[in-house]
Design a binder for this molecule. Structure first.
Ligand code: SF4
Length: 396
């Protein structure tokens, strides 16, 4: 494949046909105060062993048919680096046997810095990983502590340099901005540190307050929470420096150097199909969205009884699929094709207001949000307008 810029519309359209697999690894040493993901918090004990979970994943993969070959495999979590390279390799082999892998397929893994060692890195290369995303989050020790993270700046640097040394082709980090413990100076320092590392990809996420988390409870009890304006400033500061250093924004939260776009990310936002395995995993294929059980015991019970561990399956109408494509595609710098649903939004009162303000652009058969920090507002309006179409479709 030729090397496209990460924000190329041609690349986004190619990605919409990629087929991916997501594998959820739920184990975490302990739950971070802001996290509401489907995880197994090992600090409070777990009856589910890593080996038992790997066996369950292999069994679940064998139940999925008629998909592939795969262009991308992504291990997310939880903390996928809690598994050994050998255990990850067993899951990769099961995916390869079941679906096939294209020659240039991307194999990516989220890694927590404290799990990195030279041996771990070379094990990842041996089983075929081409990309790692290291969960740095911040380079300020006070912010890391407030986020409940257990690593140090030195561990992040060690993981990035180690990943380079062992020959992983794309090395990236994740950052979180906007925690009340983070000052403007500390964010600037984090961004400066990130720019000094030899990185191909950076994901940046604003801290969000999820109901039921420790963070949410402490804010209810009077602790300060994240501030939208401050988060917008932090994002702009990061983006300015990242663009100046040769990174290209291809999705609101993702910047890459040319040749290092994350296939799995791009395919997901371009509305490509993906199968997903593991506790709490969601997949999207053939106009169906399905979710697995979040409770480990329910997931394992279903696997042992030979059935897919589904919590819910939703069959989407053609209109709902088009709406989904618009919702995810508006996050992409390349935008998304101007389908009938997108067109209806563009000519609505709200759509025209965004266009007049220069926030939404229609060009060459695509619809694109030009201001990344406005994406959520645009997507909310697009969703409300396209949702009102569902009733009309039902009446016809
Ligand atoms: S390491 Fe990641 S998945 Fe695990 S608890 Fe922390 S934020 Fe959640």
């Amino acid at each position: 494949m030729p090397e496209y810029r990460p924000d190329s519309p041609v690349l986004a359209d190619i990605a919409s046909h990629w087929k991916s697999a997501y594998v959820h690894v739920p184990f975490c040493r302990r739950r971070c105060p802001y996290c509401d993901f489907a995880i197994v918090d090992e600090s409070i004990g777990s009856s589910l062993s890593h080996a038992e979970y790997v066996d369950a994943l292999v069994a679940e993969i064998a139940m999925e048919t008629d998909f592939g070959p795969l262009d991308a495999i992504n291990f997310g979590g939880g903390t996928p680096s809690r598994l050994t390279p050998e255990q990850l390799g067993i899951v990769i082999a099961a995916l390869r046997d079941q679906f096939g892998l294209n020659d240039d397929a991307e194999l990516s893994l989220e890694v927590n810095p404290e799990d990195w060692s030279e041996e771990f890195g070379s094990g990842l290369v041996d089983v075929g990983f081409t990309r790692v995303s290291i969960g740095a989050q911040s380079f300020d020790q006070d912010v890391l502590q407030a986020l409940g993270r257990q690593h140090t700046y030195e561990m992040i640097q060690n993981a990035v340099e180690g990943a380079r040394r062992c020959g992983i082709s794309s090395v990236g980090i994740d950052l979180i901005f906007g925690h009340p413990a983070e000052s403007s100076k500390s964010w600037d320092s984090t961004v400066d540190h990130a720019m000094q590392l030899d990185l191909d990809h950076i994901s940046t996420y604003s801290l969000t307050v999820e109901p039921g988390t420790e963070l949410s409870r402490s804010i209810s009890n009077g602790a300060p929470g994240p501030d939208d304006d401050i988060q917008a400033d932090r994002y702009e500061r990061f983006e300015k420096l990242a663009l100046g250093q040769g990174f290209v924004r291809y999705e609101i939260s993702n910047h890459a150097r040319s040749g290092h776009v994350c296939r799995y990310n791009l395919a997901t936002w371009a509305h490509g199909e993906y199968v997903a395995f593991g506790i709490g995993a969601h997949d999207h294929r053939w106009g169906t969205r399905a979710r697995n059980h979040v409770r480990p015991d329910r997931y394992i019970d279903d696997i042992h009884s030979g059935s897919r561990p589904r919590l819910a399956i939703e069959h989407l109408t053609a209109t709902e699929q088009e709406r989904d494509r618009l919702m995810v595609g508006l996050r992409l710098a390349a935008g998304t094709p101007l389908t009938a649903t997108a067109q209806r939004f563009a000519v609505s009162l709200e759509g025209r207001r965004f266009i007049e303000a220069g926030i939404l652009k229609i060009d060459s058969g695509r619809i694109t949000v030009t201001e990344p920090m406005m994406s959520d507002a645009v997507i909310r309006e697009a969703l409300s307008i396209s949702s009102s179409d569902d009733g009309k479709e039902g009446q016809q």
